[in-house]
Design a protein around this ligand. Structure first.
Ligand code: AMP
Ligand code: GLY
Length: 428
């Protein structure tokens, strides 16, 4: 089977690594990165260039295309490929609205009884200011740009002034462009956050291993939000009973609701959940795998993923959940100085071979490039270093032992990835 993987992050490196390890699978990746190029042929077609990707898939006689990031989904890559009978795994543009419009997702959840925070959608800044002034959602109140804003469109506002400023930034100053033309205001929920993934074929959502992300840039969840600074899997907070409840109250109703609404959902479904005193509630949906969660969840899958993805693209991924090894995996993101703000590129990276030679370690590249035969940085999140072990402690130790071998000028990373798995919060 020839598979085209679309994207260039560590999530896509993990996907390519998993798929390329399966018998009879050959992988092409666009646009890829330096790490991916060691495993698969990379083609210089941008993930946003959906017409170029279609041409590539046709030219390469690809049997299946797997989409990593949300951008091409929003541009309708799945509809485009389906119209040309090119098999592709991912949601259609209409189904990807679950991620691409928070207002769509909230209305969908309300319609289908899926637990989430109380909310109001506002089309005008004046209406949004009035909702905040009225205090009906309480404080803190969460202000969210409706559209895709690269993880930066959410402000948890402690008071009215902060909320008003967030509304002005999104709706009047258009800091996130058209994504902020509408805002969703939400009641603030509290509790630990987990990421839950399902591989969906339109009918069924097969559960994958749960994970926990670390969104803030600094230790102890301080500093600005990022794309994700590290992750571990499984989440020790998700036992069999909670997993069954998430399946029953969230995943199954999403699949049934999307089908009923005429947008059968195929692709990875990512539910960001808060475990509140009244049970799990949805913070957000993403229409794709998480990054950095994919880097710790995909290595746990113990069977051929290519077969399941091809099946799902055809509408039947099988009934049994994917087999997964129970061993904890911990992934630490190495980022460039200044991330999540502007960063320098082209900085030489050393120590990769030493890191990868350690037992139970795997390094997935994100923003990397090759220059003069060596690896250099090419953006904010440079790579994810994954350790696995019989316990969370062992996996953490291996990941950080590998991190200590890698060096580049300005390298920053969190030193507390995985610690949450050791000190469990009180569950409601
Ligand atoms: P999102 O971009 O939707 O994932 O939101 C970013 C972060 O904002 C989440 O990971 C949560 O920590 C926080 N957040 C979003 N919605 C809420 C909410 N209703 N209550 C509390 N925190 C929230
Ligand atoms: N891990 C957060 C995301 O992929 O959006």
């Amino acid at each position: 089977m020839r598979i085209l993987v679309v994207g260039s992050g560590a999530r896509e490196h993990a996907l390519v690594w998993k798929l390329a390890s399966e018998p009879g699978v050959e992988v092409v990746c666009a646009p890829g990165n330096a790490g991916i190029a060691a495993l698969a042929r990379v083609e210089p077609v941008a993930a946003s260039d959906v017409d170029g990707l279609l041409a590539l898939a046709c030219r390469e006689r690809v049997d299946l295309t797997v989409v990593g990031p949300e951008g091409p989904l929003e541009r309708g890559i799945v509809d485009l490929f389906a119209g040309r009978a090119q098999r592709i795994f991912g949601p259609t543009r209409a189904a990807a609205q679950l991620e691409c419009s928070k207002a769509f997702a909230k209305a969908f959840m309300t319609r289908h009884g899926i637990p989430t925070a109380r909310y109001r959608v506002c089309e005008e800044a004046s209406a949004a200011h009035a909702v905040v002034a009225g205090g009906e959602l309480g404080f803190p109140v969460v202000v969210k740009a409706d559209g895709l804003a690269a993880g930066k469109g959410v402000v948890v506002a402690a008071d009215r002034a902060t909320a008003d400023a967030a509304i002005r930034a999104a709706m009047e100053e258009r800091q996130f462009g058209a994504a902020g033309a509408r805002v969703v205001l939400e009641e603030c929920l509290s509790g630990p956050e987990i990421s839950f993934f399902a591989l969906c074929d339109g009918e069924r959502g097969l559960p994958l291993t749960s994970a926990q992300d670390h969104k803030r840039v600094f230790d102890n969840d301080e500093g600005p939000n990022t794309g994700g600074m590290g992750a571990f899997a499984p989440s020790p907070l998700v036992d069999a009973a909670l997993q069954a409840r998430i399946q029953r109250d969230i995943v199954d109703p999403v699949l049934a609701g999307m089908r009923a609404d005429g947008h059968a959902y195929r692709g990875f479904l990512y539910a960001g959940l808060m475990l509140t005193t009244s049970g799990p509630r949805v913070i957000e949906f993403n229409a794709r795998f998480g990054d950095p969660e994919a880097q710790v969840v995909l290595p746990m899958i113990e069977e051929a993923l290519s077969t399941r993805l091809a099946g799902a693209a055809d509408g039947d991924a099988g009934a049994l959940p994917l087999r997964a090894r129970p061993e904890p995996h911990v992934g630490v993101v190495l980022a460039s100085r200044g991330y999540p703000g502007p960063v320098a590129s082209g900085v030489p990276v050393t120590g990769l071979a030493e890191a990868e030679a350690l037992e139970g370690v795997r390094v997935f590249h994100a923003a990397t490039d090759v220059r003069a035969g060596g690896i250099v940085t090419a953006g904010g999140r440079v790579m994810t270093v994954v350790g696995r072990g019989p316990t969370y402690e062992a996996a953490i130790e291996r990941a950080y032992a590998a991190v200590s071998k890698i060096r580049f000028e300005g390298m920053q990373f969190r030193r507390d990835i995985g610690r949450k798995a050791l000190a469990l919060p009180e569950l409601p």
